[in-house]
Design a protein around this ligand. Sequence first.
Ligand code: HEC
Length: 154
Amino acid sequence: MKKICLLLALAGCVAVPVHAEGNISAKQSEVMKKLLVTYADKAKQEVKEEKGRGTVSDKAFTADAGRKFYLVRRTWQSGDFTCSGCHTEDPRKEGRHITTKMPIKPLAPSANPERFTDIHKVEANFTAHCMDLHERDCRAHEKGNLIAYLMSVK
Ligand code: HEC
C-alpha cells in the first residue's frame, strides 16, 4: 500500500507540471497514472515469477528508459523495425505506417487529446505492436517506462 501511494505521488509529479500547461487532459492523466500503477504491480509479479531470466525488472520507471525502448531497432524477417518507425522519432509529430503508408495521428498525449483515454485501446495496441516488433508482448517495465516517457514529452 505504501509503495502504491508513493507511486501515485510520483506519477502526480510527472503529470502536474504538464497538466498545469494544459497539454494533457484530466482524463489522459487519470488513464496514464492508472496504467503506471498497474504496470508497477505487474513488473513486481514478473520479477517474482521469472527471477534470473534477465528480461524483467521492477526498477522505478524512467522517461529515459522509455525513450530508449521507443527508439530501439530490431531487425527480423529482413525488415528493420522500431516504434518510432511508424510513430516518428518525435512522438508529437504525425506518423506514417511503414507498410500501408497511412498517416498516424501523434502518439504523444500532449499532441493528441485522443491518446491514452481508453485503457483497453492502449493495452490492445501495446500487445499488437510489441508482437510486431519483438515477437512477444512487452514487459510491464517496458510499458511503464514508455508511459513515463510519453508523459514527459511536452
Ligand atoms: C507498423 C506501424 C507501427 C509500429 C511499428 C508501432 N505502432 Fe503503435 N500505432 C500504430 C497505429 C496505426 C496505431 C493506431 C492509431 C489510431 O488508432 O489512432 C498505433 C497506436 C498505438 C498506441 C495506442 C495509443 C492510444 O491510446 O491511442 C500505443 C500505446 C502504441 N501504438 C504503442 C506502440 C509501441 C510501444 C510501439 C513499439 C513497440 C509501436 N506502437 C509501434 C502503428 C504502429
